[in-house]
Design a protein around this ligand. Structure first.
Ligand SMILES: C[S@@+](CC[C@H](N)C(=O)[O-])C[C@H]1O[C@@H](n2cnc3c(N)ncnc32)[C@H](O)[C@@H]1O
Length: 327
């Protein structure tokens, strides 16, 4: 069986392995292979690998040294890792207990195991967690070379959006002015600032704003980040007509904030608008809401319509990238 591997010259192998490990992309279940002057590093998510690396499919023997949770349970062991906090989604309490014990007994570095105990809910989009091992709900998560400290019990965060956030961050140019209207702990704000943009992030969750400030410091971009606590409709008066780029990641209710987006947009502004809609017609409700809110003050040009992920049966989480040009 072949697996995706990053292929680099032998001399560049250690640097590449270190960078991939920092981003949690090294496939720990396969051996690294050295052949014909190249090193092949098996990776878990080829789409998340930085563009500078070539990804090829090839065989790589299974590692025998590490014990993974899947080796210890008889059912499908799925989990996500946020630093040393491991997240599971098990409805059956016995299976949840067994999986948590397997994770702790495995070789993956684990300080806490959390089981999803509710859907994300409320204005702050936080979910409840059942703590199955350890105590701490604070994690330090690495995503595309940025570190994010966050407390899952107090703020929204989803590692599943990493590839999407990276797609957007790659469009950001140095010197741009960007506003993330629903910034959370900063997974859009920090990479934008790393690319040289001046970025304002607002959030109604005060703890998220404290983490956003901490994360800007951690990643060396505090001088380009302004974190503002409060309802985005009320706290960004100083930034009217300021933004070259706007991010609106509050699916389900982003349409209620389009008047604010119009006030923040500059002469020309790219707006990344996240929405959740039925799979039969996922884009046109958002396009309609955008045109209703922006026209005639702005011409609305839809540049990208794209499904980010399936959200629920027959429901998609989608994004519209829209260019606004003041008429
Ligand atoms: C889906 S989360 C997105 C967070 C972040 N952009 C990310 O990708 O992880 C939405 C965020 O919007 C915040 N929020 C909800 N209503 C708000 C409002 N009226 N003004 C500012 N922030 C708000 C919530 O507290 C939450 O952190």
């Amino acid at each position: 069986m072949t697996v995706p591997c990053v292929r680099v010259d032998r001399e560049a192998g250690e640097e590449a392995r270190r960078r991939l490990a920092e981003d949690n992309l090294v496939n720990q279940q396969r051996e690294i292979v050295v052949e014909d002057g190249y090193i092949y590093i098996p990776v878990t998510d080829p789409a998340a690998v930085a563009d500078e690396y070539a990804v090829v499919n090839r065989s790589a023997p299974e590692r025998e040294t590490q014990t993974m949770p899947a080796d210890l349970v008889a059912f499908d062991a799925s989990y996500e890792r946020l630093g040393e906090v491991v997240l599971i989604d098990e409805d059956d309490p016995e299976q949840a207990r067994e999986l948590a014990d397997a994770i702790v007994a495995s070789d993956i570095p684990t300080k806490t195991v959390l089981n999803r105990a509710s859907k994300i809910r409320g204005e702050q989009r936080v979910r409840d967690w059942e703590v199955l091992a350890g105590e701490e709900t604070e994690a330090v998560h690495r995503e595309y070379g940025c570190d994010f400290a966050l407390d899952l019990a107090a703020v929204y965060f989803s590692p599943r959006l990493a590839t999407e956030r990276h797609r957007v961050a790659e469009q950001v140019a140095a010197g741009e002015q960007a506003v993330d209207m629903f910034a959370g702990v900063g997974p859009f704000v920090v990479p934008f600032a790393k690319r040289g943009a001046a970025v304002v992030g607002a959030d109604i969750n005060e703890t998220a704003i404290e983490y956003l400030r901490e994360n800007a410091e951690r990643n060396g971009v505090a001088d380009r980040v302004t974190a503002v606590h409060g309802d985005v409709r009320e706290v960004l008066d100083d930034y009217e007509s300021w933004a070259d780029r706007l991010v609106m990641n509050l699916p389900h209710s982003a349409d209620e904030f389009l008047d604010t987006a119009r006030r923040l947009a500059g002469e020309e502004c790219v707006l990344h608008y996240y929405d959740i809609q039925h799979e039969d017609d996922p884009f046109s409700p958002g396009v309609r809401a955008l045109r209703d809110a922006m026209e005639p003050e702005y011409a609305v040009e839809v540049e990208t319509e794209h499904v980010v992920r399936s959200y629920a049966p027959h429901e998609d989480n989608v994004v519209l990238d829209v260019r606004l040009l003041r008429a």
